[in-house]
Design a protein around this ligand. Structure first.
Ligand code: SF4
Length: 395
């Protein structure tokens, strides 16, 4: 039997898809990328934006039209609009392999530690799919990390969750988990995004205290205006974001900062927008993900007034992207001449992610091995289109 996975959206959805793949393989199935070769297609969908949902639904409709007798399962953050199959296919026939099957296919390991979210941000549809926050038991997370290291052969492990900041198990929280996972050794740990406020400062202190935690941090900020943050029902204020970004730069000067920002949230004035752009200017956000507001059905923000025209939302997004690109260009300059440690994702030519989450490619002929999944040292000599170019570290 052959199964084909179509996975959309965030790292959490991808981590779950990779575990499911491993379960199916352990159950004796084969993976295929071709729909016409599959006995089952699993679509792990995403509805975080209107476009994401439409892309998923278009693919499902296409598969069902072209292969009417093919089994299609819809999972992740997407409702199966036909609804006829959803109830029947609830139980995963290979769930029993979850405990033993270890994903090995990707170059980096993905470690799910948390799911769902107990917040109710005004624009967010995720809790309606994933429910309230749940955390994987502390010792199970440690065991799963050991499996990814020992059986998966991973030298970089990425922590994923729906809202990592809400991790709580056996009296332990995210900073404790960072310390415990870092002490396992033989791999470097990368964090998924966290939100300002709450335990965020303890999280970055735990990162700073552990050399093998990647020097990249992504903050889900959404806006630089307190008025908009409060309308979004976000659990922090601008001063929390400023304090956090300043502390990251002082504790880990080489740590790259990323962020999520929504432009054109209902009621966002020019002054609110200027507050957001000045926030991005005063901190080195080299990797800003900017999303024009997308009203999601069933969220309170979808009913809020005034809804801004699409043109204003995307124009503001473009302006913020330019600010982040300037920070990125400055950061890239600072890498020239430095030796970086790259997790090799592609072998031809050897390329992958640095600890600071910059893509780096070896530009000279590979002398010796740069095997996929392994951490390798390279010396940065330049860049092209925001990506680093390197030679052998001993050159
Ligand atoms: S914290 Fe994140 S996942 Fe939770 S409701 Fe807000 S935006 Fe959605």
């Amino acid at each position: 039997m052959k199964v084909c996975f179509e996975t959309f959206g965030c790292r959490l959805n991808r981590a779950e898809a990779l575990q499911q793949e491993a379960n199916y393989i352990a159950a004796g199935w084969e993976l295929t990328e071709k729909h016409d070769d599959a006995d089952l297609v699993i679509v792990r969908g995403c509805s975080v934006t209107e476009k994401a949902q439409t892309d998923c639904e278009r693919l499902i409709a296409h598969i069902r039209r072209k292969y009417p007798s093919l089994r299609v399962k819809v999972e992740g953050c997407l409702i199966d609009s036909t609804n006829r199959k959803r109830k029947e296919e609830k139980i995963d026939p290979v769930q029993e392999f979850e405990k033993t099957a270890v994903p090995t296919r990707t170059a980096r390991g993905f470690l799910k530690v948390q799911d769902g979210c107990s917040r109710r941000c005004a624009y967010c549809i995720i809790p309606s799919f994933r429910g309230a926050s749940t955390s994987i038991a502390f010792n199970d997370v440690i065991d799963n990390a050991k499996k990814l290291r020992d059986q998966g052969g991973y030298e970089e492990i990425v922590m994923t969750g729906c809202n990592l900041s809400l991790y709580a198990s056996d009296g332990k929280t995210l900073p404790d988990l960072i310390d415990a996972l870092s002490s396992l050794g033989s791999f470097r740990l990368r964090l998924g995004s966290i939100e300002p406020g709450g335990k965020a400062q303890e999280v970055i202190r735990a990162m700073a205290a552990n050399e093998n935690v990647c020097r990249s941090l992504h903050l889900s900020i959404q806006s630089g205006s307190n008025a908009i943050l409060s309308a979004m029902r976000r659990p922090y204020l601008l001063r929390d974001v400023d304090a956090l970004a300043d502390e990251v730069v002082s504790l880990m000067p080489n740590c790259s900062l990323g962020c999520d920002i929504i432009t054109g949230f209902p009621g966002e004035t020019e002054i609110d927008f200027l507050a957001t752009s000045s926030l991005l200017k005063r901190h080195p956000f080299t990797n800003a993900h900017i999303f024009p507001f997308s009203p999601r059905p069933g969220t309170s923000a979808a009913m809020m007034m005034p809804q801004l025209p699409r043109a204003i939302k995307s124009q503001r997004a473009k302006e913020l992207a330019k600010i982040s690109a300037r920070h990125r260009a400055t950061a890239i300059e600072s890498f020239i001449g430095k030796v970086v440690e790259v997790i090799v994702e592609d072998e031809k030519p050897p390329s992958g992610w640095t600890s600071e989450y910059f893509w780096c490619t070896l530009k000279t002929a590979a002398r010796g091995m740069f095997p996929r999944k392994k951490l390798c040292k390279m010396k940065v000599i330049g860049s092209t289109k925001g990506k680093l170019e390197a030679v052998h570290a001993d050159t």
